[in-house]
Design a binder for this molecule. Structure first.
Ligand code: ADP
Length: 580
């Protein structure tokens, strides 16, 4: 991948600063005041020394006033600069974070297959913060100290331009050191940021999967894995520290050498000519005052490079393609006829087909059970309907309209999805049922819960429908979570229902409730069930047996048993297991 130049990155970052130009301008004014008042310090030295040689009453009064005004101005400058720059920074972080999050809500399914959640999360948390360094802290120093250096240089030229030229002769060497350090900082920063992604990733896996970790006695393994990630992060950070620690004194030594040279040369009679003692001291003062801003300017380099490396990651995410959404068809509520014409799909060009030439027509209200070995393509087939993925060839139609022609939101409104892994959000039971529809009526929510046989256990929760169910609903049992998901689907009331039955065994009581809840939710909807339970399969209007991406058998339960093919074999195995 071609690395964008620092300038392109910086200019792009500055676009986020643009809306806050007023605060930015205030900060710049602050820096100019700061630089001017600091430069005045050198002039003060000149007057002081010249004044001491020939003291007057005026001088005695004016000098202290001058000091107060100078520091007062400097204070105002510092305040304006610091405060307004921080305000710009926080606004930029917020804006970047929001565009990243907004983007993540629109990325296609493929993207989440390719990127770990840890790395994605670290971009909205860590990377974004890194950018502030480049945008504001660095700008603060560049502007504040930059103006100061400019002021000092101007003052030096004004005092004695020949000496100044000599002083400036060392700048190319300093430039070289800075350039080398920049490249190194940027490379290391990229590594550090990636390692933060690794750290987040390993930690989140170990936290969310703590039961598996403990039961497999994998604590040491996870500990070591985390250690490796964190250690890598530490090592890279130390390399940054080393570069910083070496480059700053090297640069300062260079400045000191040139200062020394300056003093030596300044003593030369031909250069000293017509310089007062005060002017001479002021010159040396101004020259030595250069050391601090130059040091700050070089130290800031690491920060800028870190921010640029982070912004590169952020921009690459912002530039990635979102889900295609070009259609505009919105049927309101579709009837629910689903047609697949010669649909093939593969997840990646190098993989084999997960679906091969599927032809299927489903009438509104029909219930289709999908059965087959794991890896047969059942989930893949179902994932194409809400357009999580696009078919590689062929087309899918709902009510005779191609999925691509639908407005994406309108399309997804037609489909309810009940997955095996029920996702519950850390909010109230009511909001979980009416998910995506804030402000829904309480009666409708309760009606949906009742239809899903969930009302009973919800009423027994400490705060009923207003109980906050914690991270991913940890305080609910598997069966209860399933019923929550069904209640959500009933509430959504979409014409098409996709159901991925839980494979895990439930107690008979839960099982019975869920069975009834499922019957309820299927009523009047086109239903696709990835079926594991015999009862569901027997009830289905049509059973499709899938194998290696193809539909190999199709018919009702009785027909398929009669045929004595793959389905009959599958059924017999399950039946004997159930009987056992
Ligand atoms: P089933 O639901 O019948 O168990 P799937 O539809 O999940 O089967 O899988 C069909 C094929 O597609 C399998 O070979 C599987 O390895 C592959 N597959 C499933 N999901 C992905 C994915 N996100 N990326 C790449 N390949 C996948």
């Amino acid at each position: 991948m071609k690395q964008p130049s620092s300038w392109t990155l910086y200019l792009r970052l500055l676009r986020y600063v643009k809306p806050h130009w007023k605060a930015f301008a205030a900060a710049v004014v602050g820096y100019i005041i700061y630089a001017a008042s600091s430069t005045a310090l050198a002039e003060m030295m000149k007057r002081l020394i010249n004044g001491i040689q020939e003291p007057t009453a005026d001088f005695r009064l004016l000098m202290p006033l001058f000091v107060i005004c100078m520091f007062g101005a400097r204070g105002v400058g510092t305040f304006l600069g610091t405060y307004f720059m921080e305000s710009v920074a926080r606004n930029v972080v917020h804006a970047l974070r929001m565009s990243l999050f907004g983007k993540m809500l629109k990325l296609p399914g493929r993207f989440f297959d390719e990127h770990s959640s840890g790395h994605l999360i670290s971009r909205v948390t860590y990377h974004v913060e890194q950018v502030t360094g480049a945008v504001t802290k660095a700008l603060t120093v560049i502007l504040q100290e930059g103006f100061f250096v400019l002021g000092l240089t101007g003052y030096l030229f004004w005092t004695n331009w020949k000496l100044t030229l000599i002083f400036i002769a060392v700048t190319p060497i300093i430039g070289g050191v800075v350039a080398y350090a920049s490249r190194r900082f940027r490379r290391l920063s990229r590594r550090i940021q990636k390692s933060v992604g690794d750290v987040t990733h390993v930690a989140s896996e170990a936290i969310s999967g703590y039961r598996v970790v403990r039961t497999h006695g994998a604590e040491t393994f996870e500990y070591e894995r985390f250690n490796a990630a964190s250690e890598y992060n530490r090592a890279q950070s130390m390399k940054v520290a080393l570069t910083k620690a070496v480059s700053a004194p090297v640069i300062q030594t260079l400045v000191a050498v040139s200062l020394a040279l300056l003093v030596w040369l300044a003593m030369a009679p031909e250069l000293m000519a017509n310089m007062s003692a005060g002017a001479f001291v002021a010159f040396i003062t101004a020259a030595s005052m250069m050391a601090k801003p130059i040091k700050s300017l070089t130290e800031i380099n690491g920060l800028i490079q870190r921010g640029l490396a982070a912004s590169q990651e952020i921009f690459s995410l912002l530039d990635s393609q979102t889900e295609p959404d070009e259609g505009s068809y919105d049927p309101g509520r579709a009837k629910g006829e689903v047609t697949l014409e010669q649909v093939s799909f593969r997840y990646a060009p190098e993989q084999s087909d997960a679906l091969k030439n599927i032809d299927l027509t489903v009438s509104p209200g029909e219930m289709i059970a999908l059965v087959g070995r794991s890896g047969a393509g059942k989930s893949t087939l179902i994932g194409l309907m809400p357009r999580f993925y696009q078919p590689t060839s062929g087309r899918i139609l709902i009510d005779g309209v191609k999925l691509d022609d639908y407005d994406l939101k309108a399309l997804r409104r037609q489909i309810s999805l009940v997955t095996q892994q029920v996702t519950l959000f850390n909010t109230t039971v009511a909001e979980n049922i009416a998910y995506g529809q804030p402000g829904a009526s309480h009666e409708r929510i309760i009606a949906a819960a009742k239809a899903a046989y969930a009302d009973e256990f919800i009423s027994r929760l400490p705060k009923g429908y207003d109980t906050v169910i914690g991270d991913n609903g940890v305080m609910l049992s598997g069966g209860q979570r399933q019923r929550m998901a069904i209640a959500r689907a009933i509430f959504k009331d979409a014409p098409i229902l996709i159901l991925d039955e839980a494979t895990s065994a439930l107690d008979t009581e839960s099982e019975r409730y869920i069975q009834r809840a499922l019957e309820e939710v299927c009523k009047g909807r086109t239903t696709f069930v990835i079926a594991h339970r015999l009862s569901t399969i027997e009830r289905a209007d049509r059973i499709l047996v899938m194998d290696q991406g193809e539909i190999i058998e199709s018919g009702t339960h009785a027909q398929l048993l009669e045929e004595g093919g793959a389905y009959a074999a599958l059924y017999n195995i399950q039946f004997s297991e159930q009987g056992a």
